[in-house]
Design a protein around this ligand. Structure first.
Ligand SMILES: [Ca+2]
Ligand SMILES: [Ca+2]
Length: 227
């Protein structure tokens, strides 16, 4: 039980950190995709690799990447965009280590690609949790968030429709938060390989001061524990 409550407390610290980041700097960009194709490949009884990628065969992935900072703009990746043959893609890769009943750590990367090959890249660190019933949540933090203007220097993150200027306020790397959800009725919690599992994923990006706020809140929590 002590282990579980420590995890819950960790989640509260993360929530506080995001709130503290928002107090000094607003969310500058968000992304969200549904019907990603989730796959798990075991490498041992308690470890393996989880991927969620855009799919146009078994599942019809759709989503968007939105710049909230002025002047705004949304790169829309309409459902079925993988059938259109652009560079647009999504790849989330997480190393999974099961740490307890319905609990695992997950660390890795996310790469979102626009129609002409530009990318949003970030590192992800966080935890998987299952309350039962095959429901699996992932909650984590984004770090080293960059928009990369690959190939021709067009400067914009372009959807199938819509686009925005990738030169966001503040200096990269940005930070943020990331979550995923899937429901798999059979097969247990990372106990078997799976594929073609529908996964939804969302992220919110804030300027770098959020990282300082995170360190500040973590430090405060540590001091409170020692006191
Ligand atoms: Ca480019
Ligand atoms: Ca572009």
């Amino acid at each position: 039980m002590a282990f579980v409550s420590a995890r819950v407390m960790g989640g509260a610290v993360v929530a506080l950190a995001i709130a503290a980041g928002s107090a000094t700097a607003d969310v500058i960009a968000t992304f969200g995709y549904t019907d990603l194709n989730g796959r798990y490949v075991k490498s041992s009884a308690t470890t393996g690799t989880f991927t969620a990628r855009a799919d146009g065969g078994v599942l019809n992935t759709g989503g968007d990447v939105t710049r909230l900072a002025a002047p705004g703009g949304t790169a829309q990746f309409d459902t079925g965009f993988m059938d259109l043959g652009t560079f647009a893609d999504v790849l989330i890769t997480l190393s999974v280590t099961v740490t307890g009943v319905g609990e695992a750590t997950g660390a890795g990367t996310v790469v979102l690609t626009d129609v002409d090959g530009d990318t949003l890249t970030a590192d992800i660190g966080g935890i998987w949790q299952s309350p039962g019933g095959g429901v699996v949540f992932y909650s984590g933090l984004l770090s080293n968030v960059f928009f990369n203007d690959n190939g021709a220097a067009d400067g914009t993150f372009d959807g199938i429709s819509g686009s925005f200027d990738m030169d966001l306020p503040g200096d990269p790397p940005y930070t943020g938060a990331f979550s995923q959800l899937y429901i798999r009725f059979t097969g247990g919690f990372f106990t078997n390989n799976f594929n073609n599992q529908t996964v939804s994923a969302d992220g919110q990006i804030i300027p770098a001061p959020g990282a300082l706020a995170l360190l500040g809140v973590a430090g405060l929590a540590a001091r409170r524990r020692r006191a």
